[in-house]
Design a protein around this ligand. Structure first.
Ligand SMILES: [Zn+2]
Length: 213
């Protein structure tokens, strides 16, 4: 059984205008925003685009927001800044390694965004978000190529070791590996039954409901 969510945050109660498209200021690619997204990565070029109409609704003031969403929207807004520089560097490294393979870059960006969505719903407990994000973004590179990108971006070596183990298939059971797997599966037509984490199932269910509507 899924946990109860207040109607203000349950996407089933959202109106059509709560999801909208905004063009990327760098490349013009259309980005789809949910009204509670702080920012999104452009899947065309990787630039971070702020949500021009951010609306956290009742979660802004509700004392139960953390239990309801599984994360505190105020904390996420603050922490978004820290990871941004690192992720920007990882994206730059991925682009350099893939040299002109725009499809490969976009695939990495899709997995990165999916991973962020799963993390957002799951909360950061008991895992290292950096490992999840780097593994999702760099999964299309060889483990050595990914290592180069991570070292250049300044990812702590403990985290880089864990990403490498994940990309080599030596780690398939950690929380980081499960969230990364869900991020990849969410790029397929989403099947809630195939997801490894509760947050992944929740997202897949929301996505298939939207696709079916
Ligand atoms: Zn763009």
């Amino acid at each position: 059984m899924g946990k109860m969510m207040c109607p203000g945050q349950d996407t089933a109660f959202w109106r059509p205008g709560d999801i909208y498209e905004v063009p990327c200021s760098q490349c013009g690619h259309e980005l789809e925003f949910f009204k509670d997204d702080v920012s999104r990565r452009c899947l065309g070029c990787g630039a971070r685009v702020q949500n021009p109409k951010l609306n956290l609704g009742c979660a802004q003031w509700c004392e139960h927001a953390k239990q309801c969403l599984g994360y505190d929207p105020k904390e996420v807004m603050l922490s978004e800044g820290d990871d941004t520089t690192l992720v920007d560097k990882l994206i730059a490294g991925l682009k350099a390694q893939l040299a002109g393979d725009q499809e490969g870059v976009s695939r990495g960006l899709v997995f990165l965004e999916n991973a962020k969505e799963v993390l957002k719903r799951r909360g950061p407990q008991e895992l290292d978000p950096k490992v999840v994000l780097a593994a999702a973004l760099l999964g299309g590179l060889s483990p050595q190529g990914a290592r180069e990108v991570m070292d250049q971006a300044g990812l702590p070596w403990e985290a880089a070791d864990r990403v490498e183990a994940l990309l080599r298939g030596e780690d398939t059971a950690s929380q980081e590996a499960l969230v990364r797997d869900d991020a990849v599966r969410l790029a397929e037509p989403p099947d809630p039954a195939a997801m490894a984490t509760a947050a992944g199932r929740e997202l897949a269910r929301a996505l298939s409901a939207r696709l079916g509507a």
